[in-house]
Design a protein around this ligand. Structure first.
Ligand code: TYD
Ligand code: MG
Length: 459
């Protein structure tokens, strides 16, 4: 028998070593080097390990062609049936692509894909391969959710060679593998879910997808810190990686692209988990803005720009006397460093001393706001809480704050204002450069250039 080859690979960066070591010398991560069993040299062709390995992720198509000669008409995107899912994918599923849907347990990955596939199966052959649930469990769920069940083919299988054989005979247009962590190959000795298994099985499935033009949807588990359980290399071979997130206590789930070879990655899709499965949320601004009637201090509404649409969110701040020598600065849904920076700007240019105060900031509804347009709203929320002086309920704020206290413009100012006006906001504090040229009916816009002007506008 051919000798089994072993390599040691870092699950973070993919560097390989001849022996195990505690820290990866390339990326510096600890405890990430794990054993990778390579298949025996000259293994069976077309299997996960072995000679098939050398074909690369895109499959073996050896002849060179002119870029212009390659036919692209045939690659029409397939609509998934859920507008929010299509939005994140960049307009639908691309034939021959491998898409990884990640998320923590219970996020709703299986539900989302089962719903999608049941609808897709009405128009084209689809196959759902379940490795985690039994056929009965999947059928029960589909029946309970009232999904169309007559066309979707289902298979309970975890062996990658059997899956490839089934794909070869079934020839589906869209296939779901739930999940990649339970799929294993006979040619690899290590346990399912290990680096070698996940890497080789995903490579074999991806290769099949590229060669046959099938859409491959892989379910992947993520670890606590949000990275994919298993090797980082997986993210290189797939075309799109999307993450389904949602806190346990919230009904809302956000679908976000982390990598997309066929579209933008900054799109956000929003779903609600209901007793009837995942439902799209078509008007997300309305849900994140569900506020009490009374104005309260420390709360400000801003408009974030998510991909191609505006979203109204509420930012809350709480400023309180600190009992600690080193006051706390906690930001949830916002960047911690940005909060510290803004507090320094507020002290220096706004004359507000919060050095002995605990400052907590939060974005309501579990949304993550990473863009700088949240600066001004966050600052005014902090000031509002500090002075215990509520901001008007019909006021919307956005703008970036620079280190010298200047208020900088943000992209798509007009669209943001229009969205706020649509939701009944009557006043806005915006950067001078974002002030509309012609007045927006029913909305009073206060353009500001400096932090002092913004502070004066609201007191
Ligand atoms: P599931 O799709 O099994 O999650 P994943 O595959 O990502 O692990 O979804 C499981 C969760 O969704 C579970 O905690 C219950 C909830 N759920 C509902 O609230 N309503 C429903 O109709 C369904 C199907 C699931
Ligand atoms: Mg599942």
């Amino acid at each position: 028998m051919a000798k089994q080859k072993t390599a040691f690979v870092c699950t973070e960066c993919g560097s390989d070593y001849s022996k195990w070591q505690g820290q990866c010398s390339d990326c510096g991560a600890w405890n990430t080097v794990s054993e990778l069993r390579l298949g025996p040299a000259g293994g069976r062709r077309g299997t996960a390990a072995g000679a098939g390995n050398r074909a690369g992720f895109a499959g073996a198509r050896p002849e060179a062609k002119l870029l212009a000669e390659i036919a692209t008409e045939a690659v029409a995107r397939i609509g998934s049936g859920a507008g929010e899912f299509d939005r994140v994918l960049g307009g639908g599923l691309v034939p021959g692509s491998a898409i990884l849907v990640g998320g923590s347990p219970g996020a709703g990955k299986s539900t989302l894909l089962l719903q999608t596939l049941c609808h897709l199966a009405r128009g084209r052959p689809c196959l759902y391969i379940t490795g985690e649930e039994s056929l009965q469990q999947v059928a029960l769920r589909a029946r309970r959710l009232g999904l169309p069940m007559d066309q979707l083919r289902l298979m309970a299988e975890t062996n990658v060679e059997s899956i490839l054989a089934a794909l070869g005979s079934d020839r589906p247009d869209v296939v779901v593998v739930d999940s990649i962590q339970v799929v294993h190959s006979d040619d690899i000795a290590s346990a399912p879910g290990s680096v070698s298994q996940v890497r080789e099985c995903a490579a074999a499935l991806t290769r099949y997808a590229k060669q046959s033009g099938t859409v491959l949807l892989l379910v992947g588990h993520v670890t606590k810190d949000g990275s994919l359980a298993g090797p980082k290399v997986l993210e290189h071979m797939i075309d799109c990686s999307i993450l389904l997130e949602g806190s346990d206590d919230s009904r809302f789930r956000t679908l976000r692209g982390q990598k997309n070879r066929f579209g933008a990655v900054n799109e956000l899709g929003i779903f609600a988990m209901t007793d009837g499965g995942l439902r799209e949320v078509k008007n997300p601004s309305a849900i994140f803005l569900d506020r009490s009637e009374e104005a309260s201090s420390g709360s400000a509404v801003m408009v974030v720009w998510e991909g191609t649409r505006p979203l109204l969110v509420e930012i809350q701040a709480l400023v309180d006397d600190s009992a600690l020598g080193n006051p706390r600065r906690v930001a949830v849904g916002l960047e911690q460093n940005r909060l510290a920076m803004l507090l320094a700007v507020l002290h220096r240019h706004g004359g507000l001393h919060v050095g002995d105060q605990d400052v907590f900031a939060n974005v309501v509804g579990g949304v993550k706001v990473l863009e700088t347009s949240a600066d001004l709203a966050l600052l005014l929320a902090i000031v509002s809480s500090f002075r215990d002086h509520p901001l008007p309920r019909d006021l919307v704020i956005f703008g970036e704050v620079g280190l010298s206290g200047e208020i900088r413009p943000v992209p798509s100012g007009q669209e943001r204002l229009a969205e706020a006006a649509k939701h009944g906001f009557r006043r806005a504090i915006v950067p001078k450069a974002n002030a509309p040229k012609s007045a927006i009916p029913g909305m009073e816009v206060v353009p500001v250039r400096k932090l002092q002007e913004a502070l004066a506008a609201f007191s």
